[in-house]
Every structure is written in C-alpha cells, then in structure tokens.
Design a protein around this ligand. Structure first.
Ligand code: FES
Length: 328
C-alpha cells in the first residue's frame, strides 16, 4: 500500500561519479525547487526489468543554489535493481519524484551534535552538517568508508567543519569504535547516524550500553544492506495455499503484493514494522535488515519485516496479518 503523494516530473540535468560506486544525479524540477530540510528524501519512480518500482533517496545539500535537486546512488550490482536502473539513466531523461518528505529531522535544541555516516549514508547528513556549521553549533562528524577512494564529499565536510570532521577508512583503521565516539558526548547530546544495518546495530548497542536515552539517537537505515547477499528463496503461505518464488532482486513484500496478497506497508525501509509477517518455519538463516524489531525479537525469529528482511535462500513459511478473502 503506497501512501498518497504528489509526483512531479523532473529532468535529469546531469550525472557525475563522486566515487567509483556513488553517482550524483542532478534533477531539474519543472518550476521552482520545492522546499525541504536536512534529512529529507524523495521517492523516485524507476523501472526494474520493465516493472515499475519506487526507491527513496535522500536529498543532498552540498551548498549549491541553482534550483536543482540532488540525490546520490550507490551502485549495488547484487542489489534489488533500483541502483542499476538509476545508473542506466542518461541526462535529458525525465524522472518522476515525489514531494520531499522528512522522517529524519534535525532538532536544533541539543547542546551538541555527533553525526556518523557509513558510505553513501553521507547523503542525508551532509545538509545537517552544513546547517550545524552555519549556525555555529558544536558538531563532530565521523565518516566511515571502505577506503579513501569511496569518500564522497569529504573535502566539503573538511571545509565546513575543520577539526570537527574525521574520516575513517576501514582498510586503514578498521570499523568505527562506537564506545569511543559516544563517550565524550554530553548527557543531552544527540547522535545522528545513517549507514548500513551492521553499523546501526553497533551504534545502538553502544548507545544502550552507555546508558543513553534512546530518544537522543536518531538514525536512518539503508533498506538494502543485510548480513547476507540477496538470494532467491521460496515463500510458502499455507493459509493462502500459495508458494512464491522470490528472486534475488525482489523483496518479499513486493512478491506478496504482486501475487495479490495484501500486506500493510508504509516506510518500506524496515523502520515502521507495519509490513511484519509471522514466520511459521524457515530452513535458512533469516536476514533481519530492519531497525524496528529488537535484537531479542530478531533472535527469536518469529516475525520479519517483509519490505527489507528475507531468508538467505531456502524456504520460508509465513503468514500475513491479512484476514480478508483469499485472493484467487
Ligand atoms: S513497511 Fe515499514 S517496516 Fe516494512
């Protein structure tokens, strides 16, 4: 179920590779650029193997003031197909986008801010960094990348934040040490994070271990990042008498929708929990990619968020919350 939204046809004005795997897309709106605040995203209509799909991308504020909207997309060769579809776009093509929405708002009342980005998770945090730097609020920015080549916007951040910016290249210094990052944050200081699921889990665990209030940790996840590579699997729905083959490039939610099986959904990025289905049995590890369920709930393997989570191959028996007539 897609929420009501307004779509606008933009023109892809230009593309530019920021790193070997991250491409910047500059979209020219038909009229005035819609207003948006740091942390906002747009939904983008794409065609994956001829099928319509929608992807969300954070809006980038790199300080440009030319009326364009900017998004960046990391190419995931083994992903669900959205990034490949985006990378196939050429300047001059039309791109349908929604009005900007923001579920990752920057509050402006904290005594200090710590921003942590993992890879392409830099995109929503760039505008936050700019806003905090311009308003002279105390900010530390930790940017973790696989290697320095993958550090998009690092120079810009260095210019804006000076000593407050720290680049961590995993191939040089390993993964981020969240206990170390969190320790100097004052009691009411806020942490904003955007990165892959493993990074979110590490941050949440350290935040909790440090006795910090959950409300001061704000994050946004990549719907596509998991602990296992995407694999095809079989979803069995005994109540519907159906068996679905879900290919590697499709989510369980979209396979259910395509089969006419009703599932509630809203965020489609593992945050709201609305699309949760019951797991009746599964013969493969379940790759929980949501940030909705607790670690204990994930370990219990009784439910999964169909929009992002999936088994690592094999066969999973599930039941949905839908109790209406069984589709033909
Ligand atoms: S739709 Fe929100 S968690 Fe799946």
């Amino acid at each position: 179920m897609e929420s009501l939204e307004t779509w606008m046809r933009t023109t892809l004005a230009s593309v530019r590779d920021l790193t070997p795997t991250i491409r910047l897309f500059e979209l020219q709106p038909p009229a005035r650029r819609p207003a948006w605040s740091p942390g906002a995203h747009v939904r983008v209509r794409v065609a994956i193997d001829g099928r319509p799909a929608v992807r969300r991308y954070s809006l980038i504020d790199d300080g440009s003031d030319d009326g364009r909207l900017r998004i960046a997309v990391k190419l995931a060769e083994n992903g669900l197909g959205g990034s490949r579809a985006m990378w196939a776009l050429r300047p001059g093509e039309g791109v349908d986008i929604s009005a900007p929405e923001n579920h990752f708002e920057l509050g402006l009342a904290a005594p200090s801010y710590t921003l942590v980005a993992g890879g392409v998770g830099i995109t929503p945090l760039l505008g936050m960094a700019r806003c905090l730097a311009r308003t002279r609020r105390p900010v530390r920015f930790h940017y973790s990348v696989r290697n320095r080549e993958e550090a998009a916007f690092a120079e810009l951040l260095r210019t804006w934040l000076g000593e407050g910016f720290r680049l961590h290249a995993e191939d040089e210094s390993g993964r981020l040490d969240f206990a170390q990052i969190i320790e100097p944050i004052p009691a009411q200081g806020e942490l904003y994070l955007c990165g892959p699921i493993g990074m979110l889990e590490a941050a949440r665990a350290a935040w909790q271990a440090g006795g910090r209030p959950a409300s001061l940790l704000r994050y946004e996840s990549f719907a596509s990042s998991g602990h296992y590579a995407n694999q095809s699997f079989t979803a069995v729905l005994p109540r519907f008498g159906r068996e679905l083959q879900v290919p590697a490039h499709q989510t369980l939610l979209s396979a259910l929708e395509e089969a006419g099986i009703e599932v509630l959904a809203d965020c489609r990025r593992g945050e709201c929990g609305l699309c949760a289905v019951d797991i009746l049995a599964c013969d493969a590890p379940v790759d929980h990619r949501d940030v909705f369920f607790s670690d204990d709930e994930k370990a219990g393997n009784r439910k999964l968020c169909a929009c992002v989570s999936r088994p690592a191959g094999g066969r999973i028996e599930i039941d949905t919350a839908y109790r209406g007539p069984v589709p033909a």
